[in-house]
Design a binder for this molecule. Structure first.
Ligand code: SAM
Length: 286
């Protein structure tokens, strides 16, 4: 079944009484070049397992199933079950769990369904209303996955893949860089989806190292520093950091200088190594 064909999608949905639900971010891919590219660049290969978030009618699921030994998908919309029974009937290596990914224990799911696989990747065309929470969940809960390759809104992709220490960098950029190495792979125009959204998209890949990228003694403190430094992105970090951490301005200014950071620095001037150094300095002073 050609799942990028508009009449095929409409037909299978209508026959099963399913309509598009905008609030679930249901914009399905209809550009035939995109899903194979996500699967290839997302590391799908023999011996590997893929986790998909949000199957829609199964257009990407199918490309993952062709390349990987096993596909485990999490889809919130149970109305899609009869549709997927039809569209993915010829693949016996796919299992779909109908659940909200944000309420799913991904580690437990992997232990239950993908034990025996050491090469596990996540590939998805994410519903945009939960892009950041899904990405942060996958990184923070540290499931045993090698990479996360996802379609997100173009502006989100640019923010997530910005250089830390640039004007485009935000708290989420620093957080993602703490756990992974992000890369913007390719852009996808709004016309590649049905219904067509009013924004363009891009596919990014977050490569997750086996060992953490940075040595941080107190992770909670690290993320408090990130959140408060970037709370006002164009302002100097000294004031917000001082009040968030309860450290006097003079003392904090000295600590910043000892870490090679100017006390007048703005968040866009901070590199990952600077944030890590400051975190270690503050932890050791406690
Ligand atoms: N993979 C399909 C494609 O590329 O055409 C569908 C992508 S569509 C952008 C997002 C999918 O995620 C929809 O099928 C939607 O029902 C599903 N979804 C939305 N919220 C979800 C959630 N919280 N957990 C799991 N799936 C969700």
């Amino acid at each position: 079944m050609e799942l990028t064909n508009i009449s095929t999608i409409k037909d299978v949905m209508t026959r099963n009484g399913v309509s598009f639900t905008k609030s679930l971010g249901q914009n399905f891919l209809i550009n035939p070049a995109v899903c194979p590219k996500i699967a290839e660049l997302g590391g799908c290969k023999k011996g590997a397992a893929a986790i998909e978030i949000g199957t829609g009618v199964g257009v990407l699921t199918k490309e993952l199933a062709i390349r990987c030994d096993r596909v485990l998908a999490v889809e919130i919309d149970e109305r899609l079950k009869p549709v997927l029974d039809e569209t993915l009937a010829e693949y016996d290596n796919i299992e779909i769990v109908f659940a909200d990914i944000l309420k799913t224990d991904v580690n437990a799911l992997i232990t239950e369904k993908l034990s025996g696989y050491s090469d596990i990747v996540v590939c998805a065309n994410l519903p945009y209303y939960i892009t950041s929470p899904v990405i942060m969940k996958l990184l923070e809960e540290r499931p045993p996955i090698r990479s996360v390759t996802v379609m997100v809104q173009k502006e989100a992709a640019e923010r997530l893949c910005a250089k830390v220490g640039s004007r485009e960098c935000g708290a989420v950029t620093a957080a993602v860089n703490y756990y992974s190495t992000p890369k913007l792979l390719f852009k996808v125009g709004r016309g590649s989806f049905m219904p067509s959204p009013n924004v363009d998209s891009a596919v990014i890949r977050l490569d997750i190292p086996e060992k953490p990228r940075f040595d941080v003694t107190d992770e909670k403190l690290f993320f408090r520093i990130v959140r408060s430094s970037f709370a006002q992105r164009r302002k100097q970090i000294l004031n917000p950091l001082s009040s968030a951490l309860g450290i006097g301005k003079a003392e904090l200014a000295k600590m910043l200088e000892e870490c090679g950071i100017k006390p007048t620095a703005r968040p866009e001037e901070l590199k990952m190594e600077d944030i890590v150094a400051l975190c270690e300095k503050i932890s050791s002073a406690k």
